[in-house]
Design a protein around this ligand. Sequence first.
Ligand SMILES: NC(=O)c1ccc[n+]([C@@H]2O[C@H](COP(=O)([O-])OP(=O)(O)OC[C@H]3O[C@@H](n4cnc5c(N)ncnc54)[C@H](O)[C@@H]3O)[C@@H](O)[C@H]2O)c1
Length: 251
Amino acid sequence: MRGLTDKRVLITGAAGGIGAATATRFLEEGARVVALDRDDLALHRLQAELPGLDGAVVADVTDPEEVAWAFAEVDRLLGGVDVLVNNAGISVRHRFLEITPEEWRRVMAVNLDGVFFAAQEAARRMLAGAGGVILNMGSTNGLMGYPYYADYNASKAGVIELTRTMALELAPPVRVNAVCPGWILTPMQAAEYTPEMRREFADKVPLKRLGRPEDVAALFAFLASDDAAFITGQTFVIDGGEICGGLASQL
Ligand SMILES: NC(=O)c1ccc[n+]([C@@H]2O[C@H](COP(=O)([O-])OP(=O)(O)OC[C@H]3O[C@@H](n4cnc5c(N)ncnc54)[C@H](O)[C@@H]3O)[C@@H](O)[C@H]2O)c1
């Protein structure tokens, strides 16, 4: 990708599946990368795996004060931020009628509040500097109804609309886009599902496989690069064709 060399990149939720793959990809592109996560053990493991990282910051994106502190750390480590990959997120499988107020607030706090807090810190710096790129993690669940994930789906739909509005207010010089993956096989999910279950899921996807964290990392790299210089306010689905045909996808 063009224009990523020496770009200062902050990735939230970077200790896990898609975030870790994204950190790896941006390092391959010659960017300078700081990983943020609330899981300090997993962050230490990532630092051992990726010695090229410029730093790792332990912070919970649901707490605006911790996010402000984390960005001060990123200023110290990188001298600013050119690209924010707003990736941290959680999901809980539960029936709509059984979602407790605490569970609802927790999912919203990580997936929507966390994206907002980090985006605001990044945007302030980018507007005061030479601009930048903010990439927010949505999901196909933010575009379609999926049973048993009402809170998650609502949070991801919120991320998509937040993205569009930010794109309008921050352009130029900041570009803002949302990435909506379908079923991505992260290490945690690989351990959770049997090979039969994975085959069954993959069979429903037109490209006949589940996504890999690296597939999503490649889209983040493209959208952050100068090759995407005229793209803002958009929602990019990366799902092997899973939702493109609605019911027709299943025929
Ligand atoms: N895997 C999929 O199929 C899929 C599909 C669509 C969207 N997504 C989205 O992609 C993102 C990454 O998902 P993943 O599958 O790699 O999950 P993951 O659980 O492997 O990684 C998520 C990371 O976020 C971190 N995190 C969670 N809460 C945090 C908080 N409050 N503050 C800081 N860090 C926090 C976790 O510690 C973890 O390292 C999420 O936003 C998820 O909703 C995933």
